[in-house]
Design a protein around this ligand. Structure first.
Ligand code: TYM
Length: 393
């Protein structure tokens, strides 16, 4: 058994399907309160250390708050990517979206961070739209519905402000010819038993689902074909996508490519607190397509870390650590100082949940209205982002 096999073996013992009794994280569903220290052990990734952050700071001169505040918390080979960059070897970024519905604010987090990395390193970005995945894994979506969401979601991707010269969007059903040779090479090297152990496939799983992981793996190696030399790839995403990279890393060197590196984020919590923001529970999430009234209603109904009455809140104070409203304000809108002051006022009973909800509603409505304008402008730009045969010429 070589080291790559060990990597698979270690993780498949735990079956990604359920990492502990209290929570479960898969690429399709996250339930319960995730223990991020434990998931690093269970998935076999590494925590981002202050040394790595320092290394990035030396190269880039600035650290994105999502990193300094620990939202991006885990990685595989991010340090190797930075060392190679220092030696003159740039890398591609690769991330994506499965178009099963509208985009919510949780999805935007890895994309904000990807944009920061693209701006900092001037890296080329491949952005995969897995319309095939969402058709194969959904019980109710037709292929046409998924394709409609694909084009709708592409507006969100473009609205993020990625550099059109450096960014190409791959739509699986449209660009399959670019992925298919890689898909074949990858899938030939992966057994059903590995795929079952990592993804939890069952005898009733359709055969498209079983082959799909090799399609999500393919863009990890596409940069090497575009550049005509082995090319490093860094994937920013939440940690739910890690199972894909585990199997990809296992085959990479056997195919003559670098193992793709990852930087993993935590999950944006649900407004209702249990689990992550999820497209399947619309009241748990703010979507980029929500209108002002919907935003108001969702935030006014959100769970908070406050006490049951104003009187108790004044005496006992609230708990910002268990409050999605505070979480949103601190990760999307407040700067470090504002956030610290807000948490202090909350804990000491000098701030009521209604005030935080009102701040969050105002900020979110403003953010979404600006984002909506950028989405509208994106309609005229789609052509310059789509993947073509010579993508960066
Ligand atoms: P999808 O569409 O489920 O999610 C898109 C991106 O959003 C991240 N994400 C979240 N991040 C923070 N908080 C949340 N609540 C939250 N929910 C989702 C996901 O980790 C992902 O980064 N199969 C993929 C599409 C894909 C892809 C990729 C993703 C294809 N290639 C490469 C990342 C990297 C999917 O369905 O993602």
């Amino acid at each position: 058994m070589d080291v790559h096999d060990e990597e698979i073996e270690e993780s498949s013992d735990n079956e990604v399907v359920n990492v502990s009794g209290e929570y479960s994280v898969t690429p399709w569903q996250v339930d319960g309160v995730v223990d991020y220290n434990k998931i690093v052990q269970d998935f076999g990734t590494r925590l981002i250390t202050p040394e790595i952050i320092e290394k990035l700071k030396i190269i880039s001169g600035n650290i994105h708050p999502l990193l300094s505040r620990g939202f991006f918390f885990s990685h595989r080979d991010f340090d190797t990517i930075l060392d190679a960059y220092r030696n003159g070897d740039n890398f591609y970024l690769y991330t994506g979206r499965g178009p099963s519905g509208h985009v919510h604010m949780g999805h935007l987090m890895p994309w904000f961070f990807t944009k920061y990395l693209q701006d900092t390193f001037k890296s080329r970005l491949l952005f995969q739209i897995t319309d095939d995945e969402k058709f194969l894994y959904s019980q109710h979506l037709s292929l046409q519905e998924v394709e409609n969401y694909a084009y709708d979601n592409i507006l969100d991707v473009i609205a993020m402000g990625f550099d059109p010269k450096l960014t190409r969007i791959i739509i699986d059903t449209k660009n399959i010819h670019a992925l298919y040779p890689l898909y074949l090479e990858i899938s030939k090297r992966l057994t059903f038993s590995t795929a079952r152990a990592v993804f939890g496939f069952k005898p009733s799983s359709n055969i498209g689902m079983i082959g799909f992981p090799a399609i999500q793996a393919a863009p990890c190696f596409l940069p090497s074909l575009i550049e005509q030399k082995p090319t490093r790839v860094l994937i920013p995403a939440a940690i739910d996508q890690d199972p894909y990279w585990r199997i990809t890393r296992d085959v990479a060197e056997k195919m003559g490519y670098y193992k793709p590196a990852q930087i993993h984020s935590k999950f944006v919590p649900s407004l209702e607190m249990n689990g992550k923001m999820s497209s399947s529970k619309p009241t748990s999430a703010i979507f980029t397509t929500d209108n002002p009234e919907t935003i108001e209603n969702k935030i006014s109904g959100a769970y908070t870390g406050g006490q049951p009455s104003v009187g108790l809140q004044r005496i006992l104070g609230g708990n910002p650590d268990a409050c999605p409203v505070f979480w949103y304000l601190s990760h999307f809108f407040d700067d470090g100082k504002d956030s610290f002051e807000r948490s202090l006022k909350c804990r000491t009973g000098n701030l009521l949940c209604g005030e935080c909800k009102s701040d969050l509603t105002t900020q979110t409505k403003l953010f979404i209205s600006k984002f909506t304008r950028r989405r509208d402008q994106a309609r005229n730009k789609i052509g310059s982002f789509l993947y073509e045969d010579n993508p960066f010429d």
